[in-house]
Design a protein around this ligand. Sequence first.
Ligand code: NCN
Ligand code: DMD
Length: 347
Amino acid sequence: MSTSTVPAPSATARDRAQQRLAALATPPGALGRLGDLAVWLSATQDSVPPRALDNVRLVIFAGDHGVAQHGVSAFPPEITGAMVRTFLAGRAGVSALARTHGVHVRVLDLGCTDDFADLEPGARTDLQRHKVRQASAPIHLADALTDQEYAEAWRAGETVAREELGSGADLLISGDMGIGNTTPTAALVAAALGLPGSAVAGRGTGVDDTALAHKAALVDQALARLGDRAADPAEVLRVLGSADLVATTAFLVTTARAGVPALLDGLIGVACGLLADRIAPGAAAWFAAGHRSPEPGQSLALEALGLTPLLDLGMRLGEGSGAVAAVPLLHSAIALLRDVALLEDLG
Ligand SMILES: O=C(O)c1ccc[n+]([C@@H]2O[C@H](COP(=O)([O-])O)[C@@H](O)[C@H]2O)c1
Ligand SMILES: Cc1cc2nc[nH]c2cc1C
């Protein structure tokens, strides 16, 4: 794993895109954030106007979390495997959105308790398996992963990113599936920003007030276990994360290093984006935020990354769904900077 700084998107292309935006046959600033988005895409592609995005790819990182056995979710852990099967059947929320918006979907199992052994060989083609372990350890009681498991999960995330980039991806999205995963991701944000559990804990799949207070207390217990290891972001990820969260972070770092933009989803994607930027400073310049989740930890992490989400629809599904829902806005931004006449051409 390399921790050096990530080269920034092209400043020259950004300046040229900004000039083109200012020269369009629109009142200054009239395209609002779509204009900013087009400028960002130009900088990441080193192209003015930006090229069309015709190979947008989503990888859903799936895994179970030991903490899910400790009263932090409104749903049982068995839902994780059941939803992976639903992705394979193309019937999940994100499947419908991805089909509508032409986004390619792939599912990677890093640590589901379900071994999917009963799946027909034909049905397995969309499920890649790199099972690091069956569920991470409960983070308030033990380190989520060993050093070896961490390294294995990191390599799996790097490999899947390279494969997706090798398929010609021009925008990558990370999605997640894992009952209980809003607890470790809240803990990751808390550790990265020096906040207590009560500031980051949210309702996830819809827990009541009692479970919410319990969740915040478990995050505090996990932070106390972490102690001064909080100074090392890779160690934070190993102790408080999981195989799927490590792989997601590696995927985002690898994407940024390859100079390809990524669209972040809800709490899970943004928490991993924050860790990616801590592990590989500068990575965040390659990220845009698809949507705002009601999870407080997501808003805190977005602010720390300097990102404003494109959509604010109250979505809290995960799976990459909020990012996929924002993909049409990227197409709109590109079309505007590419196709609108210049003021000087009006005659
Ligand atoms: O992306 C989000 O911000 C988000 C917010 C709430 C729930 N989720 C999804 O719900 C699951 C985690 O919720 P929980 O309550 O089990 O921690 C997991 O599969 C996520 O994809 C995701
Ligand atoms: C049904 C269901 C679908 C999900 N998708 C992502 N997280 C989820 C959690 C549940 C409970």
